[in-house]
Design a protein around this ligand. Structure first.
Ligand SMILES: Cc1cc2nc3c(=O)[nH]c(=O)nc-3n(C[C@H](O)[C@H](O)[C@H](O)COP(=O)(O)O)c2cc1C
Length: 175
C-alpha cells in the first residue's frame, strides 16, 4: 500500500506540515514529493494526499499543473486534500476556490493545516507580503468589533486527523 504526499511549499511551512504528516503515518510506505522538484505519477500509488500553501490567492504553478495533468488519476485514487494559508478566516473560500467540488466530493478528507505569517528567514519581497497579510487580519478583527489579533500557526490536530483518516481509509476494505 503506497501513499504519495504531493505538495508545494515556498518558504517551508507546508514542508513542516508534511514532515508531521509523515510522522503520523509512521510504519506505512510513504513518499513525500515536493512538486517543485519532481513530478510523481499518481497511478503508481494507492493513496494520494495533496496540498500546498496559497500564494496570491492561487496555487504555485507546479501544483496547478499537477492537478490539471493528473486530474483523472486523482479522481480514481483514494484522496486526501489539505491547504495552508496565512489568512485563516479565508480557509473555506480558498478550499472551494482551489480544489474543484468534484475533487472535494471524491476526497476522504479535506483539511486546513494552518499557516505561518512569520517573517524571519523570508526573502525581502515575501516579508512585505506577509506584513500586508498581518495587517489584513488586524483590520478584519477591528472591523468585527473586537481587537484580538490571532496570527496563524500550524494546526497539529488537523495534521494528526488527516493521518488517522488516511490509515482508516487505506485499510477500510480489509476490515
Ligand atoms: C508571496 C506570498 C503570498 C501569499 N499570499 C497569500 C494569500 O493570497 N492568502 C493567504 O491567506 N496567505 C498568503 N500567503 C501566506 C502563506 O500562504 C503562508 O505564509 C504559508 O504558511 C506559506 O507556506 P510555505 O512556507 O510552505 O510557502 C502568502 C505568503 C507569501 C510569502
Amino acid at each position: 500500500m503506497k501513499i504519495l504526499i504531493a505538495y508545494t511549499s515556498k518558504n517551508g511551512t507546508v514542508r513542516t506540515c508534511v514532515d508531521r504528516l509523515c510522522t503520523s503515518l509512521n510504519g506505512l510506505d510513504v513518499t513525500a514529493a515536493d512538486l517543485n522538484m519532481s513530478t510523481p505519477n499518481v497511478a503508481d500509488y494507492d493513496m494520494v494526499i495533496l496540498g500546498g500553501a496559497v500564494h496570491f490567492g492561487k496555487w504555485m504553478p507546479a501544483m496547478r499543473d499537477f492537478i490539471k495533468d493528473q486530474y483523472d488519476a486523482l479522481m480514481q485514487t483514494k484522496l486526501g486534500l489539505f491547504l495552508c494559508s496565512g489568512l485563516a478566516h479565508e480557509q473555506e473560500y480558498y478550499i472551494e476556490k482551489l480544489f474543484s467540488k468534484e475533487l472535494r466530493d471524491h476526497a476522504f478528507q479535506t483539511l486546513y493545516f494552518g499557516g505561518s505569517l512569520r517573517k524571519d528567514g523570508l526573502p525581502f519581497f515575501d516579508k512585505l507580503v506577509v506584513r500586508h497579510l498581518r495587517s489584513i487580519i488586524i483590520e478584519s478583527e477591528i472591523d468585527d468589533g473586537e481587537y484580538t489579533p490571532s496570527m496563524p500557526g500550524i494546526l497539529p490536530e488537523n495534521i494528526e486527523k488527516m493521518g488517522t483518516y488516511a490509515r482508516k481509509e487505506l485499510f477500510r476494505e480489509k476490515e
